[in-house]
Ligand binder design. Structure first.
Ligand SMILES: Nc1ncnc2c1ncn2[C@@H]1O[C@H](COP(=O)(O)OP(=O)(O)OP(=O)(O)O)[C@@H](O)[C@H]1O
Length: 871
């Protein structure tokens, strides 16, 4: 390579790079970075070469300078022989000319070959010392300038290297780019070698033509590269479209699955319709089937509409997909056509290259042959790559067509199934239409009925209201009538009951003979002195001192009479208490005659007290809910004319009897405790409390109970909510103290006082009863605490029952006679309305002031009118 060629190559390098950059301006920035790298590489190489050349020139100049100095020194010593001078200086002159030429070439920045200072020197003239020094200075200046330029170039080189590294790091490099880079560098190298071969050899005209052809082929090659890139881009676009189609196919598959689900739903609907049709054949289920068909036909219609809409959407999507497919096929055809054209051009170019190659081979130009063969090899590689690309495109195209075909087939089959389902649904709808018409008729009929229903309902309600009002009025009047009748009947019953009681006697006297107890084994007492009339339960015979005494009472209970039988006889009085009458039931008799047994009884066989309360509970519960009763209980004891509260907190406290301050004349006991009882348990609790308090107030309960009167006062207050009627009755259950005579008992002291008090109260009771039955204007209630306390229950319409207890023992005969005489006296007062006045007169004439103890008493018997005179 000559200096001129080197200069041309070195200086024109940027231009060639720029030119190539222009040719590939449409390439990516990666190509630009490759060009810059190539430029930098070339520059580095040139810089290295230039430095090596400068070093060699510098050493040559130094050697020449030394020689010149040696030569001058010889000239000063020997000023002869100019020929020798010329012969001696000829060689350095040539060397200097060559050196100047090189320097001028290196210094010229424009590449213009300028005439240097050295070329203006006369060749034959030997330079003087000053000229040599001057030239040396200029050379040094040039060298310095060149070094400065080299440094600047190195700095630029460093900057360019950094810039290239930065760009490379930013852009990266692909295999294709590397391949392109290798191809470019190879191309550049071939170009340089071609130029070198052109400059070394004197090119013939044919050679010039070959170079032109090569250039043309290169351009063609670049164009092919472009076309290859275009094909790659199209291929990428096709792949993207294939991916999109794949997505569309997936969507179509999903839609097909949905269509399958809808087909299953339609199948279910069809099954339901078949079931409906079967059920429609059953006349008993017509109504139910009608309702079901009505509901499910609407569902079928809705399903049909949805299926048709879905079918429409599927068809639209299918048409869109078909359109896209047609476009893709068109693009594919175009790309295939362009690739075939390219292939033809390639084959043409290859043939031309082969021709050139054969020419070059024929011309013996091995270098050109080598270049052309390489070009052919590259083209072959490109063709193979293109072939592979086309094969891949073909396979992709086939795959795409296959997938589209499969999807299309599936879509068609699904569409066919959907169509079949739709046809089935249509058939079902056709079969359902008659039923639907019938249902519509029924519906319209029902609708009319429903429309008329409010009016009919209102009319029916009005009529029902009228009927109800009428019935209510009738019922109300009937109720009023019934209530009136009920009141009348109640009053009648009350009157009848009262009349019955009155006919029985407002004061009834019963007698109960207790049995001989187990402990009473005395031989004298074992003889029973009391006998009964088997034909008359009101007669009692008492053997006294060999004389048979006859007593006629209201009823005599023999020894075997039970508690229940005794209560049967007194329960009508309890009922009177509920009706608002005051009732007194007395147990009268000597100590141990069975008073407490009859009134209280024993736990396993209760007496009148508990049975009366039980009867009250049952009676008042039967009268509910018209009547609401409240039953309260009090227990008091009268001992030595002292009233004590047996249910109070302090049983020793003495109670007083006072007149009500309201002027009603009623009496009340301040501080008397009352308990409301509602059950047998309540009664037992009250009795237990009374017994306990009575026991705590005395040292000997048996003796104490014999010497005191025990009163159970039961108040029954009733209220009739329908009539507003109120009743209030009082039931006094009195266990009197023992009635034995003081003279017989021989009591003294406190016992005497007890006996006197007992006698006084019992006599007062007899007087009161006598006065009441005799209709005396004055009734001596105040003569004893007992009669004063029982004033309300002994006067007016009150009813009294005296249960005379008799001991069957012979030792008690005299007391039994006294008790029976007292009972008969009480009973004889009340005989009846017809004879009452007579008996009243008789009674008043015989016994105006009856006494119990040793007083002459003349009692008039009830029926036989005999007078029992006891002295
Ligand atoms: N009908 C009867 N059947 C069986 N036993 C009876 C009957 N009547 C009374 N007794 C018994 O006779 C005894 C005396 O009776 P009770 O205590 O009732 O007499 P009383 O008149 O109340 O005496 P007191 O005046 O002292 O209280 C008791 O043991 C009692 O059980």
């Amino acid at each position: 390579m000559s200096d001129g060629e080197e200069e041309s190559s070195f200086l024109s390098l940027p231009n060639s790079v720029l030119q190539r950059h222009c040719l590939t301006s449409d390439l990516s920035e990666a190509a630009t970075s490759e060009q810059q790298q190539l430029l930098i590489q070339t520059l580095q190489e040139r810089v290295c070469e230039f430095q090596a050349r400068l070093r060699s020139e510098d050493s040559a100049k130094r050697l020449l300078l030394q020689r010149l100095q040696t030569h001058d020194h010889q000239l000063n010593q020997d000023n002869h022989l100019n020929e020798e001078h010329s012969s001696i200086n000829q060689e350095p002159q040539e060397q200097l000319r060559l050196q100047d030429s090189q320097l001028n070439q290196a210094v010229s920045p424009t590449g213009v070959r300028s005439s240097s200072v050295l070329t203006q020197r006369p060749v034959s003239k030997v330079p003087s010392q000053e000229q040599l020094q001057k030239g040396e200075g200029e050379q040094l200046t040039l060298i310095t300038g060149l070094r400065t330029q080299v440094r600047e170039l190195e700095e630029k080189l460093v900057d360019q290297t950094q810039e290239v590294e930065r760009l490379r790091s930013e852009l990266g490099a692909t295999d294709l780019e590397k391949q392109l880079e290798v191809l470019e560098s190879e191309n550049q190298r071939l170009k340089q070698e071609l130029r070198a071969s052109q400059s070394q050899t004197t090119c013939s005209t044919g050679h010039c033509h070959q170079s032109q052809d090569v250039e043309a082929l290169r351009g063609e090659l670049c164009r092919k590269d472009e076309e290859c890139r275009e094909q790659e881009r199209r291929l990428a676009a096709l792949e993207q479209q294939v991916q999109e189609r794949t997505g569309v196919i997936v969507q179509l598959q999903q839609q097909l699955e949905e269509a399958a689900q809808r087909r299953q739903e339609l199948q279910l609907l069809r099954d339901g319709e078949e079931t409906l049709s079967r059920q429609a054949a059953l006349p008993l289920q017509v109504k139910y089937v009608t309702k079901t068909v009505e509901v499910e036909s609407a569902q079928s219609k809705q399903a049909l509409i949805e299926a048709q809409a879905h079918n429409q959407a599927l068809q639209e999507q299918l048409s869109v997909q078909r359109q896209l497919l047609r476009e893709l096929e068109q693009q594919l055809h175009e790309s295939q056509r362009s690739s075939s054209q390219l292939r033809q051009q390639l084959s043409t170019d290859r043939s031309r290259l082969n021709g050139l190659l054969s020419k070059a081979v024929g011309g013996g130009n091995t270098e050109v042959t080598h270049r052309l063969s390489k070009i052919l090899v590259y083209e072959g590689e490109m063709e193979r790559a293109q072939g592979q690309l086309e094969a891949e495109m073909q396979s992709l195209e086939e795959e795409k067509n296959r997938v589209i075909e499969e999807a299309f087939i599936r879509a068609e089959s699904e569409m066919k199934a959907v169509h079949e389902n739709l046809a089935g649904v249509r058939m079902n709808l056709l079969t359902l239409q008659p039923a639907l018409r019938t249902l519509t008729c029924d519906y319209n009929c029902l609708k009319r009925q429903v429309q008329d229903f409010p009016y009919m309902l209102e009319k029916a309600i009005t009529e029902a209201k009228q009927e109800i009002c009428q019935v209510i009025g009738e019922v109300s009047s009937a109720n009023q009538e019934l209530l009136r009748k009920y009141k009348r009947e109640m009053n009648l019953r009350k009157k009848c009951h009262n009349e019955l009681v009155r006919l029985k006697g407002n004061i009834r006297v019963l007698c109960r003979v207790r049995p001989v107890c187990a402990g009473e084994t005395d031989a004298a007492d074992t003889k029973n002195k009391v006998t009964f009339d088997p034909d008359d339960d009101a007669v009692l015979y008492l053997s006294n001192k060999g004389k048979l005494m006859t007593f006629e009472l209201d009823k005599v209970f023999p020894t075997q009479a039970t508690q229940e039988e005794v209560f049967q006889e007194v329960q009508s009085l309890v009922t009177s208490c509920i009706d608002g009458f005051n009732v007194c039931i007395f147990a009268y008799g000597q100590t141990g005659s069975g008073k407490t047994y009859t009134m209280e009884g024993v736990p396993e066989d209760p007496g009148i007290n508990q049975r009366a309360l039980r009867l009250l509970f049952s009676e008042v519960s039967e009268k509910k809910p018209d009547w609401d009763y409240k039953i309260t209980v009090s227990m008091v004891e009268i001992y030595n004319e002292t009233l004590r509260n047996l249910l109070g907190d302090n049983p020793s406290e003495k109670l007083d009897i006072k007149m009500c301050p309201d002027g009603s004349g009623q009496l009340y006991v301040p501080g008397l405790t009352e308990f409301t009882v509602e059950s047998v348990e309540d009664i037992n609790k009250v009795f237990d409390l009374g017994h306990m308090n009575r026991a705590t107030a005395c040292t000997n309960l048996n003796e104490h109970s014999s010497r005191s009167h025990a009163l159970l006062i039961v108040t029954v207050a009733g209220f009739n909510s329908s009539t507003g009627h109120r009743t209030s009755g009082k039931l006094n259950l009195v266990d009197l103290a023992g009635s034995e005579r003081i003279t017989k008992s021989g009591a003294e002291g406190s016992r005497l006082r007890e006996a006197q008090c007992i006698n006084k109260s019992l006599s007062a009771l007899g007087d009161v009863i006598n006065a009441l039955r005799s209709k005396h204007s004055h009734v001596p209630f105040r003569n004893s605490r007992l009669t004063y306390l029982l004033q309300d229950s002994l006067s007016g319409d009150s009813k009294t029952l005296m249960m005379v207890q008799v001991s069957p023992l012979e030792s008690n005969v005299s007391e039994s006679v006294c008790s029976l005489k007292f009972a008969q006296r009480v009973r004889s007062v009340e005989i009846g309305p017809s004879s009452s006045s007579r008996r009243q007169a008789e009674s008043s004439s015989t016994s105006s002031s009856p006494t119990h103890d040793g007083v002459e008493v003349h009692l008039i018997a009830k029926h036989n009118d005999f007078i029992l005179d006891i002295s």
